[in-house]
Structures are given as structure tokens and as C-alpha cells.
Design a protein around this ligand. Structure first.
Ligand code: AMP
Length: 191
């Protein structure tokens, strides 16, 4: 299965992706994590990305698209993958469509983890990660609302979107994720 998880910063995508990747036995592709590794290793892409990431801004597509393309072509992605953090803009979504088409791959579904803004702020204050400076965190939320939220409409029009309530315990949320995946599976079989 090939799935995308979309949600604002602090929605719990990482936790749900880990569980889902385990259940489906497909790799979890997190562009945020790939970038953090590149920054730590001091690669040219990492050095360029660092300034954007520190400010809570999206890094330029040129840095991301090549990375994702390469990863999608790896043998472990042949049976599927879980995309987390990509695509984040309509332009990246169009690029992803092209990349998948070129490799005769299709997308089974997109899961939105919906969490209200005040809950995101409450969680951020409770967990305090190094990139969780309140000002930068709000910038990441605004970036989500302005640049990433339009993707929900894009995938909804394709009949691929399942929106899930992201409030509750990780177990409760995962039960909803599993239901959505089951529905995608049935739909893909009928095609
Ligand atoms: P994340 O862990 O997904 O929240 O990503 C951390 C940071 O990496 C983001 O705030 C962006 O600066 C950058 N990033 C991750 N994925 C993308 C993407 N698809 N496009 C642009 N920037 C990204």
C-alpha cells in the first residue's frame, strides 16, 4: 500500500506512521527526518536546508524532490510506502503524481490527522522539542494552513482522502487509521 499522512505539526503523524509502517510492513518515508539526517551529516543539501528548517519554513522543492524520488525507487518501496511530510505543497503533490506515474506506481489513499490549533499549541508546550520555539512553531502551523491544507481538497477531489479525528489516545487514533486503511484496501481491490 502506498499512503500519505497529512497533518499539522504536533498532530502525532510520527507516532501513527511508525505503527502503520509496522502493520503494513512498508517503509516510513519522513522528509523531515531525511533532512534532519542530512543536516547532522553536513551534506550540501543539509547545509542548505538548515537555515529554512531553523526558521520553520519549507525548504525549496529542489532539495526535497530529488531525495524523495531516489528513495521511492529503492527496492524496499516496490510494495508500498508511507509518505510523511511530503507532499507539503500543491506543486509537490503534482510532482509526486508524475514521479509515481513514471514508475507505474499508484497512491492508495491519503489520511488527514485533524487536530484543532489550540490543542497543537497545548501539546507543543507540553513536549518542548528543540524546534518548538513558540514563534517558530506558530510559523510551522501557518505554513501548514497556507501551503499544505490545500492538498486536502486536491486529494478529496480524487476520492482519496480520509479525514480522521486526531484527538484521543494514540491507540484510539490508530484504530481510526486502521479503519481508513481497510476502506482504501477495499477500494483499491475494486479498481
Ligand atoms: P517535519 O519533521 O515533517 O515537520 O519537517 C521538519 C522541517 O523540514 C519542516 O519544518 C521543513 O522545514 C522541512 N521539510 C520537511 N518536509 C518538507 C517538504 N516536503 N517540503 C519542504 N520542506 C520540508
Amino acid at each position: 500500500m502506498r499512503l500519505i499522512l497529512i497533518g499539522p505539526p504536533g498532530a502525532g503523524k510520527g507516532t501513527q506512521c511508525q505503527r502503520l509502517a509496522g502493520m503494513l510492513q512498508v517503509p516510513h518515508l519522513s522528509t523531515g527526518e531525511m533532512l534532519r539526517v542530512a543536516v547532522r551529516e553536513g551534506t550540501p543539501a543539509g547545509r542548505q536546508a538548515a537555515a529554512y528548517m531553523e526558521q520553520g519554513r519549507l525548504v525549496p522543492d529542489a532539495l526535497i524532490v530529488g531525495m524523495v524520488n531516489q528513495r521511492l525507487q529503492a527496492p524496499d518501496c516496490r510494495e508500498g510506502c508511507l509518505l510523511d511530510g511530503f507532499p507539503r505543497t500543491l506543486s509537490q503533490a503534482a510532482t509526486l503524481d508524475e514521479l509515481l506515474e513514471r514508475q507505474a506506481m499508484s497512491l492508495d489513499g491519503v489520511i488527514e490527522l485533524a487536530v484543532p490549533r489550540d490543542e497543537l499549541v497545548r501539546r507543543m508546550l507540553a513536549r518542548k522539542r528543540e524546534d518548538d520555539d513558540p514563534e517558530i512553531f506558530s510559523r510551522r502551523i501557518v505554513s501548514f494552513e497556507e501551503q499544505t491544507a490545500p492538498l486536502l481538497d486536491y486529494y478529496s477531489r480524487q476520492g482519496k482522502l480520509a479525514s480522521i479525528d486526531g484527538l484521543g489516545s494514540a491507540d484510539e487514533i490508530f484504530a481510526r487509521v486502521r479503519l481508513a486503511v481497510e476502506r482504501f484496501r477495499m477500494r483499491s481491490r475494486r479498481r
